[in-house]
Structures are given as C-alpha cells and as structure tokens.
Design a protein around this ligand. Sequence first.
Ligand code: GLC
Length: 664
Amino acid sequence: MIERFRFGTPIETCAVVEQLPVTEGMLPFFEISSKNGITEFVYKLADKDIVYGLGEQVRGINKRGWCYVSSNSDNPHHQEDTRSLYGSHNFMIVSGRELFGVFFDYAGKVTFDVGYTNRDILCIMPEDLNLDVYVITGESEKDIVKQFRKLIGRSYIAPKWAFGYGQSRWGYKDAKDIRQVAEEYRKRNIPLDSIYMDIDYMERYKDFTIDEEAFPEFEDFCAEMKAQGIHLVPIIDAGVKIEEGYDVYEEGVKNDYFCKDAKGKDFVGAVWPGRVHFPDFLKSETRNWFGQKYKFLLDKGIDGFWNDMNEPAIFYTEERLASVMERISELSKENLDVNSYFEFTGLVAGIGNNVGDYETFFHDMEGKKVPHSKVHNLYGYNMTKAAGEAFEMLSPDKRILMFSRSSYIGAHRYGGIWQGDNKSWWSHLLMNLQMMPSLNMAGFLYTGADVGGFGSDVTEDLMLRWLQLAVFTPLMRNHSCRGTREQELYRFDNCDDCKKMIEIRYGLVPYLYSEYMKAVLSDEMMFRPLSFDFPTDADARGVEDQLLLGNELMIAPVYTPNATGRYVYLPEEMMCVRMRSLDDYETNTLAAGHHFVKAELNELVFFIRNGKAIPVGKTAMNTKKLDAATLMLLGFEGAEYDLYEDDGYTKKYDRSARVREIRR
Ligand code: GLC
C-alpha cells in the first residue's frame, strides 16, 4: 500500500507518474518536530534495523552509520566521508522491527542522518516543509520496491548494442585517435560495440557542433565506424558557450531559454568553454528547443549520447570570481599565517561548484521565478528529459542510448546514469557493486561505473578485477581522465586475460539482456542485496559485498589487491563457476554457508542459484553478431531458462518480444 502525505505547497518534481490522492492524518512511522526552524522527520531505529536505498551514495548497501545529503554534486574525489554525489534519490527502505519504504519527493536539499548523530535515530531534514512524502508498506522489500517502481513509472530501455563493451577516454582528439582505438581492438579480436567521444570532438566545446578539422566528413566517419559494428557516442554538456554567431547561444538568448540572474539577465557561469549560459531545463519551451538540437547528431548517424556536467557543474561565476580575486589580492600583501593561509586556500577551493551560487540564478517555472537552490536536484533530470522527450519525436521507432551524470528519480524514465567520476581505486570497485541495488531501487537499471576508474592511474590487476564485476553491469564502459595512465585493454601485459573477460561478457549478453528486460517490464530489480531474497537469514542480511543478479545468479567479485580468492556466503546450495574463458571453466556445487573461494587474477567466479541455469552463448565481435543458436545452458541438471528476446533496437519490444524456453 502506498500513501501520499502532503506538507505545504511542494514544487512539482514529476518523479511519480501515478497521482495518488493525499492521505489526511498523521504520517505513520515518523515523529515530526522542528528544531531551529528545520523540520525533522524522526524514526527510532531498532538495534538490527537495516536502511537500504538512497540510490547514488557512498558507503555500503546498509546505509546506517553516516549522514547523506541529497544535493547533486560534481565530486570526482569522493571517498567514504563524502555526503553528496551526482544524483539525488530520496527513496529508502527500513527493514527490521518494522518494514516500510519512504520517498521524500523534494526538489531541494535533504539531509538523511541515518544513525550518524545517534546510532538509533534516522532523521530526515528537508530544507523547508513543502514536499510530498510517500510511505509504502508491503510484505517484503521486493514488494515495496515493486510498488514504488510502479509509482514512478517504467524505466528507460537501452538498445541492445549498449550491452556490448564500450571504450572511452577523455583525450581522443580526432578521428585518427578513434580509428586507432578501433583498429587496436580489431587487431586483437577483442569485441567492441562503442567508442565514446568526449568534449574534444566539439568546436571550442560548443554543444551540437563538430570540430571539422579534427573530424572532417563526420557523417562518413560515423558510417565507417558503423560498418565495423562500432557506435560512436558523443557527450553533451549542460552549459552553452557564450559566443556571437553560435546558433545555440543566439537562439537561447533571443527566446529566453536560459536561466536568469537576480537582475533578469542571462546568468553567466563557466565550464569547459569558459563563460556559458545554462539552459533553463525546467521550462518546457527550453526542453523542447534543446531536445531538438540532438537532431544535428542523429542526422549524422549518431544513436547514443551521454549528458554531462548537469548538476550543473560550475567552475566559477563571474561575481564569485571577482570577489575572490579582490580578497586574494589583499591577502597577497600579507604574511600568510595559520588563519590567512587557510582563508586563502579555502577561497580558491570554493570558487568551483559553490552551493552559494545556487541562490544567484533563477528558473522560470510556469511563469514563476524560482531560485536554483530550490530545484537544484531537478536540473540534470530535466536535461535528460529534454533529450528523452525529443527522441520520442525524432526517433519514434529506434531506441537511442542516453545516460546522464546527474539525476533525480523520474529521470530513470528517460535514460540511464553512470556513477560519475570515480577513481582507479579498489574501494571504488566495491562502491560500484554496492551502488547497483540502490540505483535499481530508484528505477535506474541501465547503469554502471567507469570501468578501471576515471581519475588516478589504474593498475593491470585492478583493471582485470574491475572487468570481472563489469562483465555483469548493463553499462560496461572503460573510461578514464586525460592525464591518467592510458587504460585501453591493449595497453596492458594482461590484455589477453582482459580480452577473455570481454568475450565472457558477450557470451552472457543474452542472459543479462533478458534479465534486464524482465526487470524493466515488471518493475523489479536486476541487482539485489542477498537479504531481499533471503530476508530471514541473519548472515545474508549482513552481506555487503555480494549481490543477486536476476533470478539465477549471485556475484561476489574480488575487490582487493593481491587476493587469490575471497570469503563468500552462500544462503543456499549453489553452483560455483570459475571461468578463465568461455571454453575454459569448471563448476562445483557448494553447500550453503561460509566458504573461502579461490579466484586467481584471471578467473571470473560467480554462482548459479540452486536448481537454476543460465544461457551462455558464443562470443562475437559485437552484439549484432551474437548468434542465439549457440546458447547452451549452464547450471543445475534439469533446469530450464525462459529467455526474453526482442529485436533489441526498436521500441516495439512488446510486439517483437518472445520468451523462449532454453533446455539443455
Ligand atoms: C566530466 C565527466 C567525464 C568527462 C569529463 C570531460 O568530468 O564526468 O566523464 O570525461 O567531464 O568531458
């Protein structure tokens, strides 16, 4: 059962698709009080209660013991003490003494103190009291998620080619670099479905332009890549460069499509191109206009995009820069001591992504001027919505790949997300795993992290271990930052082992795609904590580094350096598969309980659930070449599998789909 409680006059977020009547009366589970003008929703946690959810956030599957803040932030250096990441997903489930889900549908900043100040208190603090709170009760965590997902509407469906392997790097300057990447993969027969185009494909970082010198005859180049089975996926940034003669800028100014400053002038911030205006994506006219701009690239043969810098990231605003410069010039005349030195460094560090700037620009929501701070978490969502709505018109039949960095619940209907700028750290490999179920709870099924890590220098063992997780995530993209160690797989001595992981991925695509589609179409989670399926198993409830995948698998990747295996908990008897390649693996059945499972660096280890089997096919150079006739069942004797199949490219999935029973 879902009940909706209304406080004050909320700003419409469009997170939900079902308009429930407002329940009059007391909000269950929570006590509401007010401290220093801040309203607190307080729930008393029992000793063993687990709190799941919050989507894209740091720390574990159980969120208890930290304070999280929903305030979309560009933070490429995030660690375990970070409070805000790129997306805000205010849905959580409390499980233990009582079981319920709760969604704080609020466009501004919300603080979730999940047993941080006091281990036994869950305290939720929106910035003001204008919001809808949805309370969901049900017989299990899975049931609550399913009800919630129905409330927020069906998740975006990615094209099947987006389940292939993708290579990306901020640093490919021109067509020659990209051809080279394709060539190196082809030479080694490593499967590849996509190459990503970062900001350097644009002319002076201007959205919807192509640097003609770096990419002459772009349309032909797209076709050339397509002929090799490779989709080019360009980036689109939120900020629009201020430049006379640039059509997107000029149209935006002329038609009032940009966010305004306090004086009503187009607000100026700065990102990659220097000074930009930010499209006011909360205005439907702006969304229509910006969305139609993707046509420029669609017409050239592009069929996938990633939306970036849409928290929005702001390097500086003119006002802040000026005031910081002034103070720095004063300080520079001083003998910097303990106080003035830190004031100085603090000023410099505070120029970019300063939340204070969110007060200085405004949106036009149905004629009402709303400060950005009140709707900050909706910005990236509405950029993705702009694209998604336009794709419906521009490409009514064909699925277009879209994933975004910033998001709010609701954006899951228009695109996927990647987990933002991470690092080549073992801890971020674990974080990648731990975020999968909470993102699924919030409706984001097409997701994954930058494989190998975006910032810092990757090592070849980290890359290989990361691939062993990414083999299972819908988005499998190797992406890295310029200036870091190059991490295309052919850069490493263990390239052959990496290649085998990619081949295994292609062998698993039919299964992964099938489970993804089943999860989308039935509002379920593709990745789940063990406790969701084994709620009464105390050991399963404590597992933080294994996940159930679909209905058949359990994954338990290695996420520490120099390991030759790891401890795994089996809530039931399972088949352990140890795979070095698609034709070189062994299986053995393990009893329920705790095991140390060996996993050498080149071995992918995963588990098939009791009595189940999965289809595994032969690899191919890209997803289009996968041959469904090669599927064999791997798993328990006598098990069958219902394979969901559709053409993978059109939106007619409900008409072209069929379920095929795979037998041994
Ligand atoms: C942002 C993105 C990253 C991209 C970079 C340059 O940091 O998150 O993926 O490579 O910008 O465009």
